[in-house]
Design a binder for this molecule. Structure first.
Ligand code: UDX
Length: 481
């Protein structure tokens, strides 16, 4: 066992077991390893098996053998249970019942316990993991929460008690265009329809609302908060966060941050994302054959689903817009679509001539491709940041949680795209695609290019995220030990 003065920093990272959070926390893990911090990365067996199958992330992390290791716990759900958006409450329940007791044992008396060779000094956990407060206290280590959703979305979550107290929640009628007054820093920006999707319930006992209220109570109990964003994008929101935690670290965009530092410090430019689906790379050769900025990339991420009617409206809109399109149709993402579904006759020619459809794409690479001129997205936070870094304007069709807030910020605050929330008609899809890809292309491209520049500067030496990461590393090594 190490003596106190010999203790070296050892962080346990525990992401929410979903594609976006896992990918983003792996990038943070890699950055910490580059700074000689030992990381134990806790995945669920389900996620780890899929990573092993589709990206072999374990082999990739072998180069950090001395300071990185994976551990797994079951998530409590049957293997064939879908893990889409509507399953999140079940997933959290399963984790609470099955994974948390195992984790507690692992970090108290088990292989990462206080008597072990390398005891933990810090836990970095997803903000929704309220159990982490008790565990960190029990073993006497620092807790940092890393909420991988957008800070603008997170801030609306955090203001939920204020909204309820002020009578803004639940909504008093069905008018979704009423301006929200009680989210400090967002006055005049967000309407009822731009609040996270779960705010539309009339029932404050709703499971998600209760989970978020519990999260709100626990967040200030951590010693610091990490966010995947950069100051220049969300300074007003980040300033508000200082009211709930003295230590705010804005270290994003993490995928670019990792690439930049890896390029500099090891000479390896990492292009990898850790995918839990099999990537179809044929879409890259298809993109290679398309003209510059001519393709709209369409994806609804890893959790969202759409109905067959919505699929057809979007499809007609895309074909009618005359634009080329690369569309990711994740297996299981279209409700009620069976194997017998055939391309409707009126869509077949336009799709054959101008479309490419895949199950899952290497998204970061797709967005950086010169043929891609716009992104029709569900406004998941990772997708939004990936698009921002590549300077690609967006057409937003948010599905749930923070995505409603993100899409509002894309149109109203950052002005780098259009928000199509709460509509899914072919004529509207066609109009928005035409505006972004053609009619207003120049203005969107200029703004998106400027934002991309700021994102890249933030992770370059001396930039705001670069400095925040250094501060995080130093604090993990000294302040929190
Ligand atoms: C979830 C929530 O939906 C989102 O709102 C929240 O901000 C984070 O957690 P998800 O649906 O997974 O996110 O979307 P997103 O955050 O955009 O992450 C999707 C990830 O999958 C991205 O990193 C993207 O690059 C990757 N992806 C997506 C692929 O690699 N290939 C694809 O074909 C589609």
């Amino acid at each position: 066992m190490q003596q106190p003065n010999q203790i070296s920093p050892h962080v346990l990272i525990f992401p929410l077991p979903l594609q976006g959070p896992v990918n983003c926390m792996l990038k943070l893990a890699e950055l910490l390893c580059l700074h000689q911090i030992h990381v134990t990365f806790l995945n669920t067996e389900h996620v780890q098996n899929r990573l092993r199958l589709h990206t072999d992330t374990e082999t990739y992390f072998k180069k950090y053998e001395k300071c990185f290791s994976f551990r797994t716990v079951p998530d409590g759900l049957p293997e064939d249970n879908p893990r889409t958006g509507s399953q999140i409450p079940a997933l959290l329940k399963g984790l609470d019942e099955v994974a948390v007791p195992l984790l507690r044992e692992m970090v108290t008396s088990g292989e990462l316990g206080t008597e072990s060779e390398r005891p933990l000094t810090c836990i970095i956990a997803d903000g929704i993991f309220t159990f982490a407060v008790g565990i960190a206290r029990e073993i006497g280590v620092t807790l940092l929460y890393f909420d991988t959703i957008s800070p603008c979305g997170f801030w609306t979550y955090f203001c939920l008690p204020k909204l309820i107290e002020a009578g803004e929640l639940p909504f008093k009628d069905d008018d979704l265009d009423v301006i929200i007054k009680n989210v400090p820093g967002m006055e005049g920006i967000i309407r009822r329809r731009d609040l996270p999707s779960f705010c539309r319930t009339k029932d404050l006992n709703d499971r998600i609302i209760q989970l978020v209220l519990k999260e709100d109570e626990h967040i200030p109990l951590a010693q610091g908060l990490i966010f995947n964003t950069f100051q220049e994008l969300e300074a007003p929101v980040l300033a508000q966060m200082l009211n709930i935690s003295p230590n705010i670290y804005a270290v994003g965009p993490l995928h670019t941050h990792a690439k930049t530092r890896l390029g500099e410090e090891t000479g390896v430019l990492s292009e990898r994302s850790s995918s839990i689906w099999k990537e179809d790379r044929t879409c890259i050769s298809w993109l290679d054959a398309q003209p510059l900025k001519s393709v709209v990339y369409v994806s609804i991420g890893s959790l969202a689903v759409m109905t067959k009617d919505q699929l057809l409206e979007i499809w007609h809109g895309l074909v009618n817009s005359g634009s080329r399109f690369l569309w990711v149709r994740r297996p299981g993402s279209i409700e009620g679509l069976d194997d017998k579904f055939e391309i409707p006759l009126e869509l077949s020619q336009g799709t054959k001539e101008r479309g490419c459809i895949v199950d899952w794409a290497p998204q970061e690479e797709v967005l950086s491709h010169p043929s891609v001129g716009g992104f029709l997205t569900h406004s998941g936070w990772n997708s939004t940041l990936e698009s921002i870094v590549e300077g690609k304007p967006m057409i937003c069709w948010p599905y749930f949680v923070d995505q409603q807030v993100n899409s509002r910020y894309v149109e109203e605050v950052w002005k780098i795209g259009l928000d199509m929330k709460d509509t899914c008609e072919r004529s509207i899809v066609e109009k928005k695609v035409r505006e972004v890809m053609d009619l207003k292309k120049d203005v969107f491209w200029e703004r998106a290019r400027n934002m991309a520049q700021l994102a890249k500067e933030s992770v370059s030496e001396g930039g705001s995220s670069f400095q925040d990461l250094n501060r995080l590393v130093e604090d993990i090594k000294s302040k929190y030990m």
